[in-house]
Design a protein around this ligand. Structure first.
Ligand SMILES: NC(=O)c1ccc[n+]([C@@H]2O[C@H](COP(=O)([O-])OP(=O)(O)OC[C@H]3O[C@@H](n4cnc5c(N)ncnc54)[C@H](OP(=O)(O)O)[C@@H]3O)[C@@H](O)[C@H]2O)c1
Length: 268
């Protein structure tokens, strides 16, 4: 990557990005700057990654081409007030801040290209699902830049911003649904007399294998499920119970509720 990049607010997400970009060769330490609120956290980042890190977000913004906003929503206004005087239309702003529309950032920073990202926690293992949406002033080249950066830590899809609440509900919160499922299935193993360790290993590997089949074969989930559902067998006995318990409807209702909540949060 030729651009210089500032991660403004380097917590869990920011650190996962720094780690992913450096490991994959997507950025060199001298083209990457990080800012935090606490000096001790900045020192930790410099020691761990060899990047320049300090509490001077305005300085980092002035010196960098790409500004990654990675603070919590409640800290965004302070950050934007600090960097505002250093941000011009020649910069690209990439915002990871949940529930904050690009319009709010444009209002506070002026006519600058903003790309909003909804990613998810597997960013920590380079398997993020990131969706990017352009603000009013973002052009093709800004989206391409965001794709290049995020492509280093997972997959990237472009969508109009109006879909981001749905994305938040589906892939943003998605890891939590899978973790809950894993938890429930591990408990089931324990109920059937297996040790927690064994049940955990069985379920994790089954999840990873199933996810890889879905992704790598490109076959429809129904087709893959039918392949393990033999007539009169064990799987169909379990599926009957899942259907009786309305698990499918529960997922539809749950994800719709998450979308409603995302819209409420984005609205104020
Ligand atoms: N975690 C994820 O995988 C993930 C995934 C998708 C989206 N997101 C979004 O990414 C954002 C960050 O989430 P997170 O989990 O990384 O939060 P986090 O761990 O709390 O990190 C936030 C960081 O922002 C810093 N900060 C706060 N105010 C600042 C300011 N005014 N100037 C400079 N730095 C400031 C904090 O510094 P100190 O540590 O020094 O206080 C902290 O390092 C959120 O909006 C979240 O919704 C996170």
């Amino acid at each position: 990557m030729e651009e210089t990049l500032a991660i403004l607010g380097t917590g869990r997400l920011g650190e996962a990005l720094v780690d992913g970009l450096l490991r994959s060769g997507g950025a060199l330490p001298d083209r990457l700057r990080c800012s935090t609120r606490r000096p001790a956290r900045a020192r930790e980042l410099t020691e761990r990654f060899g990047v320049k890190a300090d509490t001077d977000s305005a300085g980092a913004a002035a010196e960098s081409d790409v500004l990654v906003l990675a603070v919590k929503p409640q800290n965004l206004r302070d950050l934007l007030a600090e960097i505002g005087p250093k941000v011009s239309a020649s910069k690209t702003v990439i915002s990871f801040v949940a529930a904050v529309p690009t319009g709010v950032i444009e209002e506070l920073l002026g006519e600058v290209p903003v790309v909003r990202v909804m990613s998810n926690t597997p960013v920590q293992v380079d398997e993020a699902m990131s969706v990017i949406a352009p603000g009013r002033f973002a052009e093709e080249r800004h989206l391409e830049m965001a794709e290049r950066i995020l492509g280093r830590v997972g997959r990237v899809v472009r969508l109009p911003e109006e879909h981001l609440d749905a994305v938040t509900a589906l892939s943003g919160s998605g890891p939590a649904y899978f973790f809950l499922l894993a938890e429930a299935m591990i408990d089931a193993g324990i109920l059937l007399g297996l040790s927690r360790d064994v049940a955990t290993e069985l379920i994790i590997q089954t999840m990873v294998g199933s996810a890889k089949m879905l992704r790598d074969t490109g076959r429809h989930p129904v087709e893959l499920r039918e392949a393990v559902t033999s007539p009169g067998g064990t799987t169909i006995a379990a599926i009957r119970v899942l259907e009786e318990e309305r698990v499918r409807a529960a997922f539809l209702n749950a994800i719709e509720a998450a979308q409603r909540r995302a819209a409420e949060l984005a609205g104020g």
